[in-house]
Design a protein around this ligand. Structure first.
Ligand SMILES: CC(C)(COP(=O)(O)OP(=O)(O)OC[C@H]1O[C@@H](n2cnc3c(N)ncnc32)[C@H](O)[C@@H]1OP(=O)(O)O)[C@@H](O)C(=O)NCCC(=O)NCCS
Length: 342
């Protein structure tokens, strides 16, 4: 007698049901950054597009910001937390190795015994989480999945490093992915290139840092707290040339042309990268583009959901519109998709 396993069955399609963000209260304008590095407001604005960023205070932990952002996404989606069957937290700046911060967040939100785990995919983290969530909903392992992108990059910023001190910000963005009658998430084009792992990375591993007697006290150059370092120009070229192609692949896979988009929501890394992508994609001028970087800086995994929430809040994009999202960063990693806005 042959027996077969009954497979899990999920929804035919998935979509984003709600989005929410949390921005720390402390605003750091460029003028404050000038206290740490030799630069100018004009240089920072013209080279990166950033005017100010938010840095989290002691109470604005990775978990606290996530709970705030997720609460808004849950409220917008109209579901109850018990319906969430998976919590995915994308972050590179939760400084405790284990347990995953996702379990605490799930518990605080009231998600019962939902599986909860963290992923490390830097600025592509939200797209990676979205791809997993889409698969979980359609594969039948969860009805609703909470995807959070959250960072406290201020904890990993070397304030004396001219090439990064002005870039990073803190915050959290969250989305609820669940079943849909019509397709709401196109094929996620995601990938990695480990040959460029050194292009953006932590300056030193924690064990190396702590092996030095003055590591935590920051005595001398060798003994600095680990921070993010970046080969800015290499990242810039990769983003402009390779990521525009990935964005186009996401459009093609979804069967959508640029003129059918209601919004373009790229990772908020640099305004010049955003402008180059617009050109490469031949995006019509009437398609609204997320430019949250001006007020928020680069918040890595949080940047796309934060920018999405802001565009909807400000009426720059509407629920039901098609949006092209693309994230890219340390790894190197990337993820792009066309989604229906909640
Ligand atoms: C970081 C970044 C803004 C730097 O801009 P850039 O034009 O590449 O700057 P460069 O490093 O080539 O330096 C250009 C000049 O500006 C100077 N400069 C560098 N940092 C400066 C600063 N903070 N303020 C003022 N001048 C600065 C350099 O000394 C150099 O001067 P020189 O021409 O006299 O030698 C840019 O490379 C970038 O945004 N890269 C991508 C970063 C990114 O997207 N990261 C996130 C990925 S997730």
């Amino acid at each position: 007698m042959s027996v077969t396993i009954r497979p899990a069955t999920g929804a035919q399609f998935s979509r984003i049901h709600g989005v929410g963000g949390y921005r720390p209260t402390r605003v750091i304008p460029n003028s404050e950054v000038l206290n740490w590095i030799d630069s100018s407001d004009e240089w920072i604005r013209t080279r990166s597009g950033i005017a100010e960023r938010r840095w989290a205070g002691p109470e604005e932990s990775v978990a606290e910001m996530s709970v705030q952002a997720a609460g808004k996404a849950i409220a917008m989606s109209g579901i109850s937390p018990e319906q969430i069957g998976g919590v995915i937290v994308a972050t590179v700046s939760h400084l405790k190795q284990t347990p995953a911060i996702a379990t605490e967040i799930a518990q605080r939100l009231g998600c019962g015994t939902a599986p909860a785990f963290d992923i490390s995919a830097a600025c592509a983290g939200f797209g990676y989480g979205l791809s997993l969530a889409d698969g979980m909903v359609r594969g039948g392992s969860a009805e609703y999945v909470l995807v959070i992108g959250v960072e406290r990059l201020s904890d990993l910023t070397d304030k004396s490093d001219r090439s990064t001190a002005f870039i990073f910000g803190d915050g959290a963005g969250a989305a609820i992915v669940g079943p849909s009658d019509t397709p709401g998430i196109g094929k996620v084009i995601w990938g990695s290139d480990g040959s460029q792992a050194d292009v953006i990375s932590q300056t030193q591993a924690w064990d190396t840092a702590f092996a030095k007697p003055d590591a935590v006290n920051g005595a001398g150059d060798e003994a600095k707290w680990p921070a993010l370092r970046m080969e800015g120009q290499t990242v810039f070229r990769w983003a402009v040339y390779d990521m525009a192609k990935v964005a186009q692949q996401a459009l093609d896979a979804a069967g959508i042309t640029a003129d059918q988009l209601g919004a373009f929501i790229p990772h908020q890394a640099n305004m010049r990268i955003i402008d180059s992508m617009i050109k490469a994609l031949k995006l019509p001028a009437e398609v609204p583009v997320a430019r949250d970087i001006v007020e928020t800086g680069n918040t890595s995994a949080a940047s796309i959901p934060l920018a999405m929430e802001r565009m909807l809040e400000r009426g720059q994009a509407r629920s039901g519109d098609l949006a092209l999202i693309i994230g890219f960063g340390a790894g190197l990693v990337y993820a792009a998709a066309v989604v229906t806005l909640p």
